[in-house]
Design a protein around this ligand. Structure first.
Ligand code: E4P
Length: 213
């Protein structure tokens, strides 16, 4: 399974990259705002800065909600760097835009996916990645992991190549469960990735070996 980091914070992206397990980055407008990145020029520069830290795919989200706006923004974002994947919301014009980008050879990440039907549409339009938001589903008492399972079955039934990118990951067990269910990618906060390291018996064992040495 690929690990993406879900942040626009350059220090956290560098830390995950240095750990040696990072395969890419996802961002969204809220994550960019959290870092205080404002204005089209600064936002574009920030995406290029991220691409220069990592070797994998970097999702950059369009803001427009109409087809022509999404196409214009997406083409500009894709032209910034070869690692950019254009992130498009799962709305009617978004599906049309994903189909357009697919035909142009521009890779896409279909975001804000909350149902198997939406994931099926994203795959049919040719999305490179589909992003089911498992944590936000859990937040409204709906099983986010069940959605990953459903999408995996549907995609395998028909051989869709769209990669399942588990998003809105909150904790390390989300990552483990997504891996068990066959998600292709999990995009996670740094805390969830680092939490995979921890086990008290490892700490106890290291302490014992150091004492004995
Ligand atoms: C990733 O692509 C999503 O934007 C992100 O995982 C959303 O996570 P959140 O529900 O924690 O905001």
């Amino acid at each position: 399974m690929k690990f993406f980091i879900d942040t626009a914070n350059l220090a956290q992206i560098k830390e995950a990259q240095e750990l040696g397990v990072l395969d890419g980055v996802t961002t969204n407008p809220s994550l960019m705002a959290k870092e205080g990145i404002k204005g089209a020029a600064n936002i574009k520069k920030h995406y290029v800065d991220i691409c220069n830290i990592v070797t994998g795919d970097v999702s950059a989200e369009v803001i427009g909600t109409e087809f022509s706006e999404m196409v214009k923004e997406g083409e500009e974002l894709a032209a910034l760097h070869k690692q950019i994947v254009v992130k498009v919301p799962m709305i009617r014009d978004g599906v049309k835009a994903i189909k357009y980008f697919t035909e142009k050879g521009i890779r896409t990440n279909c975001t804000l996916v909350f149902s198997a039907g939406q994931a099926l549409l994203a795959a049919k339009a040719g999305a490179t990645y589909v992003s089911p938001f498992i944590g936000r589903l859990d937040d409204v008492s709906t099983d986010g992991l069940r959605l990953i399972d459903d999408i995996r079955i549907i995609y395998d039934n028909y051989g869709y190549e769209t990669q399942i990118l588990a998003a809105s990951v909150r904790h390390p067990m989300h990552i483990i469960d997504c891996a068990k269910l066959g998600a292709d990618v999990a995009t996670c906060p740094l805390s969830a990735i680092v939490a995979l390291l921890n086990h008290p018996l490892t700490d106890k064992g290291v302490a014992q070996f150091l004492a004995d040495a």
